[in-house]
Ligand binder design. Sequence first.
Ligand SMILES: Nc1ncnc2c1ncn2[C@@H]1O[C@H](COP(=O)(O)OP(=O)(O)OP(=O)(O)O)[C@@H](O)[C@H]1O
Length: 282
Amino acid sequence: MAEKKLIIENVSKVFHTPGGHPIEALTDVNAYVEEGEFVTIVGTSGCGKSTLLRIVAGLDAPSGGRILLDGREVGGPGADRGMVFQSYTLYEWLTVYDNIAFGMRLRGASPSEIHDKVRFLIDKVGLAGFDDVYPRFLSGGMKQRVAIARAMANDPKILLLDEPFGALDAQTRTIMQELLLQVAEEQKITVLFVTHDIDEAIFLGDAVYVMSFRPGTIKEEVKIDVPHPRDHEVRTSPFFTEIKRRITQSIREETLKAVEASDASARGLSRRGRSWLARLFG
Ligand SMILES: Nc1ncnc2c1ncn2[C@@H]1O[C@H](COP(=O)(O)OP(=O)(O)OP(=O)(O)O)[C@@H](O)[C@H]1O
């Protein structure tokens, strides 16, 4: 049986707004991610995708439940989890090479280890010849290549990506998806990847988690039984189209619930407003 790399156990999260109003973002989230598995997470806006990723990263603490990575409970951020966000988070004052080397230097890796690893990763993400270039001279796609290489430089147990290609144009985005998939396949990395893009989720994922509307939980886990290495032509296959139809429908149901909830709350407000006016003038 495949090893369980990541265990998400009964995770819940309640935020408290400054006014003291609680927001139940996640409830009863349970999942098992196997070693080398690529899991994508989709769901309607506000369903808690980023919150779940941040909890796995240790950037937020769960209100209930726990996260186990290789059997050890996550209690805060750590170099064993590599993160890539949508917004470009490179160190602007460092070159491509030094951005990628940053974490390795911090943990005291030897110069030869750093050199070999950084050179390997620069080649892997297709940035050969850009070692000495500063981020301000790179395109959005190139910056995200550096961010992925930087996240991988620490040999993380898992890569956590939150809409990493969300700001890229459609063509660059598909090329980046192919590049990430190729790197993940070759390096057998375990990945959790949040996206709004259903095509992207299916193309990359061994499994797609579809989340419910707030409080978010995993409503459905859709296995994507397409062998690796995957070719971009899989996107036009009947299997892909059918899975896409199913996931789109599932998310649509949750989006409708979100719309109904916001309508109901608007009606509630106006009712309160009406009774306040009636008390004042009635
Ligand atoms: N720090 C916070 N304080 C208060 N509420 C928060 C906080 N972070 C998230 N939330 C709320 O928790 C819910 C889930 O937010 P989250 O950003 O995880 O959703 P999401 O699915 O990633 O959304 P999107 O797809 O729009 O990025 C939302 O209602 C959001 O307003």
